[in-house]
Design a protein around this ligand. Structure first.
Ligand code: TIU
Length: 225
């Protein structure tokens, strides 16, 4: 597309998308979080709460690809030897399946296993960066900041799961590094609907303390012009 700036209606104010410097960042749309038998369900969660974000993400991703704008995907997970898994993270929770244990989709949250991979509906295409991250935020112990700088990206349109955990942490990390972040409300989801709502409100509160919150229809309209 021809590069342009496009106003997008958002909270708490209009987000001015600069198509020369923006990327779509899809957080952790992995089978381990969204499908039965994975890490999310092992933690006692209802995965159907997350699946509502799949269709809106498919529509936004299709529009983003059609506009030939950059896409990045993240995956939360660990080395097969688990050397990058903090013992405190390993111990956390009373899940029957812990990180590294063998479940129905292979070893839970381990790179290279079926459950660790991105759901087929949103599978990355060649040319789209996949960032493997050991933590909740995409900027901890990854090369995403260098990649974004090399691509000249200053704005992130952020989607994925879960709203209050990895999406929120990543937006806070990005905001502190100078990126303008627009969270797309209907493309994010949480196992806890109230945390989804509050997680989004936290971003936009206080005049946009961490960023902006919009919806997929307005972003799709903006990049499809
Ligand atoms: N991707 C992400 O949010 N990781 C989590 O563990 N989230 C939970 O809500 N458990």
């Amino acid at each position: 597309m021809l590069h342009k700036t496009v106003p997008i209606a958002a909270n708490p104010s209009t987000f001015t998308l600069d198509t020369a410097h923006c990327a779509l960042l899809i957080i952790d749309m992995q089978r381990d979080f969204l499908e039965p038998g994975g890490f999310g369900e092992a933690l006692g969660n209802d995965v159907s709460q997350l699946r509502r974000a799949i269709a809106p993400n498919m529509a936004l991703l299709a529009a983003w690809r059609a506009a030939k704008l950059p896409v990045l995907h993240t995956r939360e997970g660990h080395r097969p030897d688990l050397f990058d898994l903090p013992p405190a993270k390993h111990r956390r929770g009373d899940a029957p399946l812990k990180i590294g244990d063998v479940g129905p989709m292979g070893r839970v949250l381990v790179r290279g296993e079926a459950g660790h991979d991105i759901i087929p509906e949103l599978y990355p295409l060649p040319g789209e960066a996949v960032i493997d991250k050991p933590g909740k935020g995409a900027f901890f112990a990854t090369d995403i900041h260098a990649i974004l700088q090399n691509l000249g990206i200053t704005q992130l349109v952020v989607t994925g799961v879960t709203t209050e955990v990895c999406v929120n942490t990543t937006i806070r990390e990005a905001n502190d590094r100078g990126y303008e972040c627009l969270a797309v409300a209907d493309c994010c989801a949480s196992y806890f609907p109230e945390f989804h709502e509050t997680g989004l409100r936290m971003i936009a509160a206080q005049g946009g303390i961490f960023g902006w919150v919009g919806t997929s229809d307005t972003v799709i309209a903006a990049i499809s012009q």
